[in-house]
Design a protein around this ligand. Structure first.
Ligand code: ZN
Ligand code: ZN
Ligand code: FE
Length: 756
């Protein structure tokens, strides 16, 4: 006989951990108790040594799927006089953090409940249990008890309470537990918010969807705009009303088998699609793809998710297979998540609202991932992932404010880093407010008060304004350094590496806009060892929305340096491609009015996409590059000649590459070939520069980060070719390579600097 006191740290509250432990103890004839505390879960356990070993083994190996054990500390105790196993009252005190589970997709057992006619939860859209359902999105405060969630207003009926109190039940202490008798319900409103009286809300909704009507459906983390994806007219109507001409819509598909009708799905992708987090997964369309082109114009991919709430499952009970499901917001504004506000803001977009009365405390978008090289690649980290922490020793209490685009922030406390969910682009008052509210919420639920602030160096980021409002000491972090460190962090690397940061733009230490950078860096400091040559961005921000301006800027440079005959040819080409407006932009460049200089890889892509593919104006970020990648001929191995100048550092001469593209263009070379040559060229010079730097420094490890690495070909090919040259290559996986991962890099660099 022995007795142990176990302290379990990790996500062990609100995930069915206590009933699991209770059942384990009973089945192994062990005695003692279990108690939740703000420090974690404590288990006092006594019995045969063999059974105790088995018990501890099972804790680690057989725990409920949502639980995540970070650490088990074992203290041996004197034998005590227990006569059973008991679940003790929670004890919450002190400022220690409680880990909160992300929202999880409905589990198989709950799906069985809602599809079994004899079950009391048959067709009930808010069915959940300790293994599934809402968590983070309904929590108002900690500890995680029903009274601290938006479920407080529903009093459990006798039956539900019985389940909730029965430690052998799947719904034991399932805080959002509910049924038809006592829980939330759904109803329909028209576009003015007037209730439509109906018996069969979901049947009626299906019928209207089939007719081509557009709905806003309230879900787990906010509203979705929904229409029948097989109805081209409906999809186009939604595009018109939402004023979203090109950006692809995600779809929800009833079943994994239906997904395979339209897309190629490998094992890894299938596992993610059907797992308990249920993000949107970007898949390649297959040869039988015949959904309307307007769902994802000019794309060879489709963003797909499977139903993840009971409501979704019930919606697909009829003959609907594929629904467009896109975040419900007005262009550029935050996700709608409150009933009245949704009607006010979305009434002009939708025909009907499918409402419910379980309030959303913390809105959260669908996560978006892709699989590249058989690894998950996070594009938007939100539902199902946030606020799961990253472990990190010796952290100070820091708030990192993140980027302006695709914002996330990050807080550091108690050896954990919490990267927030995607907060959107901080481009207006509404998103900035939303951002500040989310920071306050995190401070509250994690009992966090920052002692330091980390932010980007950019002088006019909205996120950084938050820093100047605060009196706390602040660490300013260079944008691309933060990108590379986000990648180092998730690969557990602290030593010096060669970092390749390719993205749109970020503020450089010389005041110019960087974005095609080779850094020699570790988690504390960096040196810039190479970059794309600087080129003017005519019109500043305008040049980001209008890629043709970048093309003109490149051609302008060539005209300056060309001989007479070439000069005339270039001028002709300019007029042919862009008409008279190009002359205006040339004047702007000559006069150096609003022409910041940039070394951005994103802008280099824009210029190429405009010249090759004619994508002159974009309606969503990254559009030009995404379309350019989608047309490339993957069998073409050719590339353009390029120069790398060695001044003090390595400078890639991008003009020479654009010049070759133009020669191809004049010669009438196929777009697909030009796109392939362009992509191959980037891989080639990137690899060359790594080799030069290795010769100079002896450093053999390369980290790739920045939004441009969402380009699948570039990521895959560059990683492969570097590996061929015997480099060790690190890439982002669960942390976005785009600006959504920036806050993590910022917090780690700031922590190093503060700790020095
Ligand atoms: Zn469940
Ligand atoms: Zn009930
Ligand atoms: Fe960036």
């Amino acid at each position: 006989m022995k007795r142990f006191l176990l302290k379990i740290e990790g996500i062990v509250q609100g995930v069915g951990f206590r009933p699991f432990v209770y059942n384990q103890a009973i089945s192994l004839s062990l005695k003692g108790w279990i108690k939740n505390s703000s420090q974690g879960v404590y288990i006092d356990i006594q019995g045969e040594e063999e059974n105790l070993d088995r018990f501890i083994y099972n804790l680690e190996d057989k725990h409920p799927s949502l639980a995540k054990i970070e650490n088990i500390i074992i203290y041996e105790q004197e034998l005590a006089d227990y006569n059973g196993f008991q679940i003790k009252e929670s004890e919450m005190k002190g400022e220690k953090i409680t880990l909160i589970s992300p929202d999880m997709a409905v589990c198989e057992e709950c799906i069985k409940d809602i599809t079994t006619p004899t079950n009391k939860r048959y067709k009930y859209p808010f069915t959940n249990c300790t293994n599934c359902g809402p968590r983070f999105s309904i929590i108002k405060a900690i500890p995680y008890d029903r009274a601290n969630t938006t479920m407080k207003k529903f009093n459990m009926c006798g039956d539900c309470h019985k389940e909730y109190s029965d430690s052998s039940n799947r719904r034991f202490h399932a805080q959002p537990n509910a049924c038809k008798e006592c829980g939330p319900h759904i109803w329909i409103e028209d576009c003015y918010g007037t209730k439509v009286g109906l018996d069969d809300v979901l049947g009626w909704t299906r019928q209207r969807l089939k007719e081509g009507k557009i709905f806003a459906i309230k879900g787990l983390g906010g509203f979705h705009l929904v229409c029948d994806a097989e109805n081209e007219e409906a999809v186009n109507l939604l595009r018109d009303r939402k004023n979203r001409p090109d950006k692809p819509f995600a779809v929800m598909i009833n079943h994994i088998d239906t997904v395979k009708k339209y897309c190629r799905v490998n094992m890894k992708e299938e596992k993610i699609l059907t797992g308990s987090r249920k993000p949107i997964v970007i898949l390649e369309q297959n040869n039988d793809y015949d959904l309307p082109q307007c769902i994802a114009p000019n794309q060879s991919t489709l963003g797909v998710m499977l139903p993840y709430t009971p409501l979704h499952h019930l919606l697909f009970q009829g003959d609907i297979e594929v629904l467009v499901m896109t975040s419900a917001n007005v262009h550029g504004l935050p996700l709608e998540y409150e009933n009245e506000s949704a009607v006010e803001k979305l009434g002009h977009i939708v025909d009907y609202f499918l409402q419910h009365n379980r309030d959303i405390q913390m809105p959260i978008d669908d996560s978006i991932v892709r699989v590249v090289d058989n690894e998950i690649r996070m594009i938007r980290r939100a539902r199902g992932y946030a606020p799961e922490p990253i472990k990190k020793d010796n952290v100070k209490e820091i708030l990192a404010l993140g980027s302006n685009m695709k914002n996330t922030f990050c807080i550091a406390k108690d050896n954990f880093l919490f990267l927030s969910q995607h907060n959107g682009d901080l481009e207006n008052i509404e998103t900035a407010e939303h951002y500040k509210n989310n920071i306050e919420h995190y401070k509250n639920i994690f009992r966090f008060s920052p002692k330091y602030i980390a932010c980007d160096m950019h002088p006019s980021y909205t996120s950084s304004e938050y820093a100047s409002d605060s009196l706390l000491p602040r660490v300013e972090v260079q944008h691309h350094h933060a990108h590379i460190v986000s990648c180092l962090a998730e690969n557990n690397i602290e030593r010096k590496v060669i970092g390749i940061a390719y993205d749109g733009t970020g503020y450089g230490i010389d005041g110019k806009l960087w974005g095609g950078e080779f850094l020699l860096c570790d988690t504390k400091e960096f040196t810039r060892l190479g970059h794309l040559n600087y080129i003017k961005m005519p019109g500043g921000q305008m040049a980001i929305k209008e890629p043709w301006r970048m093309a003109v800027s490149f051609i302008h440079r060539m005209i300056e340096y060309s001989d007479y005959s070439m000069r005339e040819q270039l001028k002709q080409l300019l007029l042919k491609l862009y008409g008279k407006k190009s002359i205006g932009v040339m004047t702007l460049i000559d006069a150096e009015i609003n022409c910041p200089k940039t070394s951005s890889m994103g802008r280099f892509f824009d210029a190429a996409a405009s010249i090759i593919g004619g994508r002159d104006i974009i309606s969503y970020e990254g559009q030009a590059a995404i379309e350019l990648e989608s047309i490339m001929d993957r069998n073409c191995n050719e590339f353009y000649n390029y120069d790398v100048d060695r001044e003090k550092i390595y400078i890639i001469n991008t003009e020479k590459i654009i010049y070759s593209i133009i020669k191809d263009k004049i010669a009438g070379v196929n777009n697909k070939i030009m796109s392939a040559k362009f992509h191959n060229t980037i891989v080639k010079f990137s690899k060359d520069i790594c080799k030069f730097i290795r010769e100079d420094t002896g450093i053999n490890e390369v980290a790739l980060s920045g939004g441009v690495f969402q380009n699948t070909f570039l990521l895959k090919q560059l990683a492969a070719e570097l590996a061929n040259e015997e480099f060790v290559v690190y890439t982002n996986k669960l942390i976005p390579a785009n600006d959504g991962g920036l806050a993590l890099g910022q917090i780690i660099i700031a922590n190093e600097i503060i700790n020095k």
